[in-house]
Design a protein around this ligand. Structure first.
Ligand code: ADP
Ligand code: ASP
Ligand code: MG
Length: 450
């Protein structure tokens, strides 16, 4: 079998006819690209999420349908032969209407996944037809027949063995003959229910699919020419990173760099698939290669920002010189399946943040029952509106003196929690949301712009 390159295009790269045409051009430039994973057209998933939450205002519901129709029809109107995709999209829009009415009555996670999956189901119809009309032998493939997950709607856990077997049987042979266009973000459970991998999950889908067909490369095409030293929307002076290691890029994704879904690099790392990140709008600008081995490993690589953090502070004088307190706390957290992200301790208190991996960006909540149980042990204080800034780098716990530079630059900020020393690759701190972007800007200037 010939080696396949997998290319993933995010929402802005398939936002309209022009964006789709640019993305098609990118695909045509690489003869090895035989598998294309795409997101919903930009903005569509947000509209579907709104419907899935149950819209009561009938005018608003009507406006959303109109907007969904207009996004997709603006592409159909520019295709030469839109009959087949038009029919398919009209059917999906009908399905959306029915599901949205059910959601207004009673929403559920299962119904939400059914609804939000419609974005990718529609965009793939359009993009396949566009590729065909440009003279490519393209076929659309419903990834739900391959991307098997468990039944956790909204955060489906991929079932790797099954995905690999199904992909080898159904997808890999097809890719030898055609350019296969398929959906990111969505999958199905063993009963055939549609599931999703969580917001931003198309990157992860692309990596899982690349792994399952033994791809030789994975390209993530987005709206920026690569991974930058921080989000260029926050610090416009941020600069692109030509080459970065899997571990550095994984840290960035885990600590909130939206450019990659946090799980994206796991499959790529397992199968040693080199990953490229670039802009479908400006492919000539190059991008970032994510690899196992890189030429330089600077002390400071990048800054990330992750908001909606929940900090829980547990305070008890009984902790003083006692043992077993933390064990009790963690027993309760484990009982309620609460995963802890960061933790700092002092003699009589513990501060921790709750893991945000499966909350689709929302602030994680401490379940009321868990809080009640903890309150039998200690006082419990919960704080929201906090953001986490992570400085990502290399050999950080072996290097002298840089803490002075970092905290000196941040002397005007009220840092709520600092995690330093546990990892070679990062230094993290929490601060109030209202000053978080300014803190990133100030620190970026100090560490990356001098
Ligand atoms: P897509 O829809 O293509 O998946 P996303 O919006 O999910 O695109 O991710 C791209 C965005 O990620 C960029 O527009 C940028 O604002 C943001 N971003 C956050 N951190 C970084 C970073 N370190 N480098 C580049 N972009 C970043
Ligand atoms: N369309 C989905 C979302 O907006 C998945 C993705 O774009 O990665 O979250
Ligand atoms: Mg994304």
């Amino acid at each position: 079998m010939n080696p396949i390159n997998v290319a993933k295009f995010g929402g802005t790269s398939v936002a309209n006819f022009e964006a789709m045409s640019r993305s098609a051009h990118v695909i045509e430039q690489n003869q090895k690209t035989h598998l294309v994973v795409i997101s919903a057209c930009s903005g569509v998933t947000n509209l579907l999420v709104e419907l899935a939450n149950g819209v009561q205002d009938s005018q608003r519901k009507k406006d959303i349908f109109e907007e969904l129709k207009s996004i997709h029809f603006s592409v159909l109107d520019q295709l030469s032969d839109p009959i087949y995709p038009e029919q398919a999209i009209l059917e999906i829009l009908e399905d959306i209407k029915k599901a949205a009415d059910s959601a207004s009555f009673q929403s559920s996670d299962k119904l939400t996944d059914h609804l939000v999956a419609c974005g990718e189901l529609m965009s793939t119809h359009l993009f396949t037809q566009l590729l065909i009309e440009r003279g490519n032998s393209a076929v659309r493939f419903d990834i739900r027949t391959v991307l098997r997950t468990d039944t956790q709607f909204g955060k489906g856990e991929p079932q790797l063995e099954e995905i690999s077997q199904l992909a080898q049987a159904k997808l890999a042979p097809l890719c030898q003959k055609h350019i296969v266009v398929t959906q990111g973000f969505i999958g199905s459970d063993s009963e055939g229910n549609t599931t999703t991998l969580g917001r931003g999950g198309s990157d992860y889908s692309a990596a899982l699919i690349a792994e399952s067909v033994n791809a030789c490369g994975l390209e993530i095409w987005t709206d920026v020419p690569g991974i930058y030293t921080t989000d260029p929307r926050i610090a416009p002076a941020a600069s692109p990173i030509p080459e970065i290691s899997f571990s550095e890029a994984s840290e960035m994704a885990n600590y909130g760099a939206k450019i990659l879904h946090p799980s994206t690099l796991l499959p790529a790392l397992r199968h040693q698939i080199p990953v490229f990140v670039g802009s479908s709008k400006e492919p000539e600008k190059g991008g970032t290669w994510i690899k196992q081995k890189v030429d330089s490993s600077p002390l400071f690589r990048a800054l990330t920002l992750r908001c909606n953090q929940t900090m829980v502070t547990l305070h008890s004088p009984n902790m003083f010189h006692a043992y077993g307190f933390l064990a009790e706390v963690f027993k309760i957290l484990a009982k309620y399946q609460i995963s802890v992200d960061l933790i700092t301790t002092s003699e009589v208190s513990v501060a921790l943040t709750l893991d945000q991996t499966n909350t689709n960006g929302k602030a994680p909540e401490l379940p009321f029952e868990a809080q009640q149980e903890l309150e039998k042990l200690c006082t419990v204080e919960i704080e929201n509106n906090l953001c986490l800034i992570a400085l990502i780098g290399n050999q950080m716990s072996d290097s002298k003196g840089y803490a002075k530079q970092v905290f000196g630059a941040l002397e005007d900020f009220n840092l709520r929690m600092i995690c330093y020393g546990a990892s070679q690759h990062n230094l993290c701190f929490l601060l109030h949301e209202s000053e978080s972007k300014r803190a990133v800007q100030v620190l970026h200037k100090e560490l990356f712009e001098k």
